[in-house]
Design a protein around this ligand. Structure first.
Ligand SMILES: [Zn+2]
Length: 297
């Protein structure tokens, strides 16, 4: 008989065990390397704000639609009421839903950027996420600034039922307009990118970049195995497998993501941030102050 795996006795928050190489890492070192293991390059999950800080010039951005909140259209309850889950998500992340949309600059190039927050109900896409991403794409069209979306999501948010699924169509239609306007769209697929997010905007970009080892798929591997009653090949639904099968353009280490995005955007003709004399860009606001408004029904 084998001994059960001992629960970790390492105090929380100071040290962390790398799931890639089992090394014990000092949390501060990990943060300094953008949450990539310095020993084996395992990519830990990054929250939306840390993601924006890591990519945008001077770590600043102008946030949009921060006040949008879900109004729980179905009055949904499973193990607990959906409103409680929303409240917990807000308390845990400081956000009102699972995405930050913002204007900023990458290597001096003006961009509309979207970063999904896994810590808010698994980064799931409900009405608010759908609306905010749609508006980001619309701003891209209006200002002719490239759209960069950092995906990190468990898929559509079942607590909002069909309304969540409708977001897939809504965003896709706007991305088609973006495409016709010939404004570049780059998607960065991080661990995990699944469900309705994969089935819509994550796979509609001009350039698809993924982080190493990210789970990218529609249904999870366990669900597929149970359905087809077959063992899936090793590495199935990981970035490397997808690249090999032509589903991605490149896999980029997070520590090189910013320079790669800069190079990619320049290649696609992105314009530098417009500077009026005496003006500082990008705007030094980190949060907008619009009062909370309910998401549309
Ligand atoms: Zn490691």
């Amino acid at each position: 008989m084998t001994a059960p795996t001992e629960p970790s006795r390492v105090p929380e928050g100071l040290w962390i065990k790398c799931p890639g190489c089992a090394q014990i890492l000092y949390n501060k070192d990990l943060t300094a390397s953008l949450s990539v293991c310095p020993k084996c390059a395992h990519h830990f999950r990054l929250d939306a704000a840390a993601r924006l800080r890591s990519l945008l010039d001077d770590g600043v951005w102008h946030e949009h639609d921060a006040g949008l909140v879900s109004n729980d259209p179905l009055k949904f309850t499973d193990r607990k009421p959906y409103v409680n889950r929303l409240r917990e998500g807000m308390a845990a992340t400081g956000l009102r839903d699972a995405v930050i949309t913002a204007t900023g600059a990458i290597e001096g190039l003006a961009v509309e950027i979207v970063a999904m927050e896994y810590g808010f109900i698994g980064g799931s896409m409900g009405v608010v996420v759908g609306e905010k991403i749609t508006r980001a794409a619309e701003r891209s069209i209006a200002h002719r600034q490239p759209l960069v979306v950092i995906c990190c999501s468990g898929g559509a948010r079942m607590m909002e039922g069909t309304l969540s699924l409708m977001q897939m169509a809504k965003i896709s239609v706007t991305l088609a307009r973006l495409d016709r306007a010939r404004v570049p769209y780059v998607a960065v697929l991080t661990d995990p990118t699944t469900g309705g997010v994969t089935a819509s905007f994550a796979m509609l970009s001009d350039i698809s970049i993924a982080e190493p080892g990210a789970l990218i798929g529609f249904a999870g591997p366990r669900v597929i195995e149970q359905t087809i009653r077959q063992k899936l090949p090793t590495g199935f639904q990981r970035s490397e497998f997808l690249l090999e099968h032509g589903m991605l353009d490149m896999i980029v280490d997070r520590r090189k993501l910013r320079t790669t995005l800069g190079r990619t955007l320049r290649f696609m003709g992105a314009a530098p941030v417009a500077t009026a004399p005496g003006e500082t860009v990008p705007p030094k606001t980190v949060h907008d102050t619009t009062p909370p408004v309910l998401a549309p029904d």
